[in-house]
Structure formats: C-alpha cells, structure tokens
Design a protein around this ligand. Structure first.
Ligand SMILES: Cc1ncc(COP(=O)(O)O)c(C=O)c1O
Length: 422
C-alpha cells in the first residue's frame, strides 16, 4: 500500500475516516488513550447484542455463535501478534490484566531483579513495585532518552542488567513508550534477557493496531495488548500471548473451573498447567469480542506496515510544522528508526494540561498531556491528516500569542488527575 503524501490520497485511510463519525466533529488525535470507533465496529457489537436480545444468551444458537467468536478471537489476535497459535492467546479485559497475570504468576524471590524503564506507564512500573513489596526482589530502572538510537537504548539495558544485584528474572517493557512515543529494540532486548536467563513481558498498549508485531521473530515470552487504543475496538477487551512452553511456568492467580484439570467434591484436585484458558475466569462479553474482532480484522486488512508508515509520515510532518513554532520543542523521537505515530511537544512557560485543554475547547483537537514531561501528545493514526496537524499547530501558536484563559475547561475530568485515570 502506498501513500501519496497528501494524507487523504490513500483510499484505505479515506474509507477508515469516512466510517468514523467522531472525525467529522473533532480533530481526534488520541488513539493512544482510546481510538475513535468505526461504524462497522459498532455494528458488530450491536449485531451480537441484538442476537442476545432476540434469542437469549443461552440458546444453542447463541452459544454456538459465542464459541465461534471466541475461537476466531484467539486466531485473529494470534495473527495480529505475528503468527501465534490460538493456544497461546488468553482472552483478557485489557493490557494491564495481561501484565498482571505474568507478574503475579511467575515465581519471584528476593534473589531476583525485575528490570523496567523510566518511560513505563503505571501498568508496568506499579506491578514491578508490587513484586518488590511482596517478594523483596530488586527493581532496576533503565534510563531511556527519547532521542536514543536503538543501539544507545540497548547499551543502557545491557549496563543496567549488568549492574543488577539479583538474577535477571523479568523485564517489563513497553515496546512503544506511552510518554515519549519511542519504539524500543524489542528483539535485541529479548536476546539479551534470554542470555541472562530471564523473560520479557511486553506492555503492548501502544503497539496493537499501530505497528507490525511479531512474537515469533522477536521470540518474546509474553505480550499483552488492548482492543480500545490503536485498534479502535471497544473498551474492555484485550489479549495476552504466552509462549506455549512457558504456560506451565506461569501459575494462574485468579482461578475458577478452567484453572483445574480435574476436581471433585471428595477433595481431589489437579491444577491445569498446560492450557492457556487456565488464566480465564468465567463469563466474558461476547459483544465486545465481536467488536474487537471486526476492528482487528480491519487493521490487518489495512496492512500493519502501511499503518505504521503513514503514522510515521504524519509524525515527520508534525515535527516540521511544530518545529517552526518559537517556544515549542519536539520531545518525541526525531530518528525514523524509533519514530512512531505518537508525537510529543513541550511549550515553554505553558503547562501541558492547559495547552491540552485549550486545544480541545478552542479547536476540538482531542489529544492528551503527559505529566512526567509536561508535554502534549498527539496520537497520529493512519486516518489522521496533515490538516488536523496544522489545526493543532495553529491553535498552539494562538495559545502562545494570546495566552490561555484561566477558565478554559480542562480536557479531562478531575477524577483522571486524582489517580483514577488511564
Ligand atoms: C503503555 C500503556 N500501558 C498500559 C496502559 C493501560 O492500558 P489498558 O487500559 O489496556 O490496561 C496504557 C494506557 O492507558 C498505556 O499507554
């Protein structure tokens, strides 16, 4: 698939846009938080809800449909992850649940070190700290600079792992950092971790629907993804890949019938060790499975390489446009080898949360701020346009020129800042 540079020349991106009603109202550049939904995705959810309404959820017809959708879900998520078997895919509620299955299910002791980075989301760093609280293990935090080349990032990993006091047990890593948009060299990190006897769990919240993922090529151990961000599927679904040979190593921490190989009421019980479904509890939402499937198939048909190429093209455009604004610094990667669709900038003397609020209130530009870097983050998906980037840039220029009114409505409700946020 080719891009002709005008941002709307590609039929696929035009079709994506045309099927996404929110884009007619907003310059929506917030897929890294939650992507705008297509009508077709909405219709897939609706269709299953209608089936449940008309047939009830437990008729043979509805149950057959449910199991068929669940099977297709494992197959499609396996394909999205680069050829994983359906037997390696657990159905989860989101990325964070997948990460927690791994961090809670591996046996970690005070002799171990957990390696993570200083550009992780709370869903990566907090599980690491909880592991330390519970087991007394060491947490080693690798410093990463957004302008690091893959080689420089790798050097930081090697030196931090080398300085660890315990056994390198587990690396918790965002393949794309939510705060800087940087793509990290997963394959090299996996190789180095394996050489030291450890495992890698990837926080793929920012990768699914955004870049090609290949768990076979990277030989990564565990990979957790969501539906609702770059895939533009519904909230509340996800998938966890566990390499088949490692399933016995990770015990399920929340358990129900499928976590047992057998049991009776005379006290006999055999835990399930081999099957990926041991991590799944009881009822999941079939309408959300149907919606996620539709969204994932659309992404795969769009071509993961083409989606990333278009997102990077928009990022380069944004770098050029914002780079010309006095008082603005681009803080996301400027090297193509680490560049993604996440574009981040800082405005001198203006709090990022206020700039974010001004963008939404004044120009219906939807994005988010990142508190750690006082930066504003635009998620540039394949369906976004150069015109939307221009609108954001012009609005920032206005904010710098005229100032931001004190009474501008915050982009997010207070609950998000009170720690209940994404
Ligand atoms: C890197 C990263 N990890 C985890 C999350 C949380 O994702 P989820 O809601 O799928 O658990 C987010 C975003 O909210 C994120 O950006």
């Amino acid at each position: 698939m080719t891009n002709d540079g005008d941002g709307m020349g590609n039929e696929r991106w035009r079709a994506w846009r045309d099927d996404t009603p929110a884009l007619t109202q907003y310059a929506y550049m917030n897929s890294g938080f939650s992507g705008p939904k297509r009508r077709a995705t909405h219709a897939a959810v609706q269709e299953r809800l209608d089936l449940e309404l008309m047939h009830g959820s437990t008729t043979r017809f509805a149950l057959d449909d449910r199991f068929e959708l669940a099977d297709r879900y494992r197959q499609t998520m396996g394909r999205l992850l680069g050829g994983a078997s359906p037997d390696e895919i657990a159905i989860t509620g989101n990325t964070t649940e997948g990460i927690n299955i791994i961090t809670n299910g591996l046996e970690v002791t005070s002799a171990d070190s957990i390696i993570t980075t200083d550009v992780e989301h709370g869903s990566g760093i907090v599980p690491a700290y909880y592991l330390r609280e519970r087991t007394g293990c060491e947490v080693v935090i690798v410093p990463i600079d957004a302008q690091d080349s893959p080689g420089q990032a790798m050097e930081s990993f090697v030196s931090s792992m080398g300085a660890a006091n315990g056994n390198v047990k587990l690396v918790i890593l965002s393949e794309i950092s939510y705060s800087t948009g940087q793509l990290l060299p997963l394959k090299a990190i996996v190789d180095e971790t394996h050489r030291r006897g450890g495992h890698v769990v990837v926080d793929g919240a920012q990768t699914a629907g955004h870049i090609p993922i290949d768990v076979r090529d990277t030989n990564v151990d565990f990979y957790a993804i969501p539906s609702h961000k770059w895939l533009c599927g519904p909230d509340g679904m996800g998938a966890l890949y566990v390499r088949e040979d490692l399933i016995p190593l990770v015990a399920p921490m929340k358990v129900a019938g499928r976590s047992a190989a057998s049991y009776d009421f005379a006290g006999n019980f055999e835990p399930e060790r081999e099957r990926i479904t041991k991590y799944e509890l009881t009822t999941t939402s079939t309408p959300l499975i149907a919606g996620t499937l539709e969204a994932a198939e659309w992404f795969l048909d769009s071509g993961p390489e083409a989606v990333l190429a278009r997102a990077q093209e928009l990022n380069r455009y944004a770098e050029g446009r914002f780079g010309r604004i006095e008082g603005v610094s681009v803080v996301s990667p400027r090297h193509d080898s680490t560049r993604t669709g996440l574009f981040c900038f800082v405005v001198d003397d203006l709090p990022a949360a206020d700039v974010n609020a001004f963008l939404q209130a004044e120009a219906k530009v939807v994005c988010r701020s990142v508190a750690e870097f006082n930066s504003v983050r635009l998620s540039l998906h394949a369906f976004n346009t150069e015109a939307e980037v221009d609108l954001a840039a012009e609005t920032v220029e206005r904010a710098i020129r005229e100032g931001i009114p004190d009474d501008v409505e915050p982009a997010f409700p207070p609950a998000i800042f009170a720690g209940r946020g994404p």
